[in-house]
Write a protein that binds this ligand. Structure first.
Ligand code: PLP
Length: 371
């Protein structure tokens, strides 16, 4: 049989061996210790349950590497960031996911790391910062401005300069791009978002190209106790089953709504790489299979006006986070870190869900009427 397409992989991976009377789905195994054999010491902080490894097998197949699941996306990020030797020089986005940026900033504050903050959509700026660096941190689409870094140029250049590359691919999912195939050393997903897909769990995952790095990360996970619970792993794997369908519908909704928002008199600017006029359209077309389901738009008026839009939505929910079946919206500059790195004060980050597109548009239209 030829290799399965991703739509079939999400259905078939992470299942018990296909033998008679085996269950179709992996059981939710709830235990902390395992009974001793003569010379072992198994405890589920070190030895993940079969529910967790089933999820890891799924992600390993989807990304093409070795997967290590974590209790949250930030748990995965810190396994990489805090494992850097002291004196590490890291090239990081000057605007990106706030949790990651805060964690890097903390390392610098503690005197363990030097940061070179760059606009990662600007290839020349990133290339210039690589010399003598140790780690390059990229987001496939930056939070919240949706800038797209030139992965296929930056990753080989980083390796040439002896710099390791970690790519946070949360906004693109394993179906949008496979950073390991582009040469990245590690890919990170906040499973909390599209992979889980139902806004009901916190989990993260790292997938590495090298088995050796995966082993180091497993050790760090055991030491720091950042392993997910089996209930979360079960829910996340159940979410993965419908990823392809959810992703297709959410992206289609986003493509449609981005155009309608751009034509609305209450909207000053739309950031969405799927629009041909977007500065990152050509890059996203080259690198990704689609344009994602996040739209950021700036409304006409001031911050209170933008907050009124968030208060007025009915079908869409005013909440942080993203990637679930439910559409969510928030004004990102309400978070101090985001405001500090210059997020426009009327910018709304809109995570497009899988509701009917006409209902989403009616909701946006009535909310924008509050401006
Ligand atoms: C949410 C998010 C994270 C952190 O994940 P948690 O599961 O919330 O810890 C990291 N990166 C990006 C891009 C995210 O959106």
């Amino acid at each position: 049989m030829s290799p399965l397409r991703p739509e079939s992989v999400v259905i078939s991976v992470g299942r018990p061996a296909p033998v008679a009377h085996a269950p179709l789905s992996v059981p939710i195994m709830l235990t902390a210790p395992y009974r001793h054999a003569p010379d072992d010491n198994h405890y589920s902080r070190q030895l993940p349950t079969e529910t967790v490894t089933a999820f890891e097998d799924a992600l390993a197949t989807l990304e093409g590497g070795h997967a290590i699941a974590f209790s949250s996306g930030m748990g995965g990020a810190s396994a990489i960031i805090e494992a850097q030797h002291s004196g590490t020089i890291a090239v990081v986005p000057n605007a990106g996911y706030s949790g990651t940026l805060m964690q890097f900033a903390k390392q610098q504050e503690l005197g363990r790391m030097t940061l070179r903050s760059v606009e990662i959509g600007d290839t020349g700026a990133v290339l210039a910062a690589l010399r003598g660096a140790d780690l390059l941190w990229l987001e496939t689409m930056t939070n919240p401005m949706l800038d797209v870094p030139e992965l296929d140029v930056l990753i080989p250049a980083a390796h040439e300069a002896g710099v390791d590359v970690c790519v946070d691919s949360t906004f693109t999912t394993p179906l949008g791009v496979r950073p390991l195939a582009l040469g990245a050393d590690v890919v990170l997903h906040s499973v909390t978002k599209y992979l889980g897909g139902h806004s009901d769990l916190l989990m993260g995952v790292l997938v590495t190209r090298s088995a050796e790095l995966a082993e180091c990360l497993r050790e760090r996970r055991a030491l720091t106790g950042a392993i997910p619970g089996s209930l979360e792993a079960y829910l996340a794997l159940r979410g993965v089953r419908t990823l392809a369908l959810r992703w297709e519908r959410a992206q289609a909704n986003a493509g449609d709504l981005a155009e309608r928002l751009a034509a609305h008199p209450g909207v000053r600017a739309v950031h969405y790489p799927g629009r041909p006029s977007d500065p990152f359209h050509e890059r996203a077309t080259r690198l990704f299979t689609g344009y994602g389901a996040m739209i950021c738009f700036e409304v006409a008026g001031d911050a209170p006006a933008a907050e009124r839009v968030c208060d007025a939505v009915r079908l869409i929910t005013h909440a942080t986070s993203l990637g679930g079946v439910e559409s969510l919206i928030e004004r990102r500059a309400r978070h101090e870190v985001d405001a500090d790195f210059g997020t426009p004060e009327t910018l709304l980050r809109f995570s497009v869900g899988i509701e009917h597109v006409e209902d989403l548009w009616s909701d946006l239209e009535q909310a924008l009427a509050q401006l």
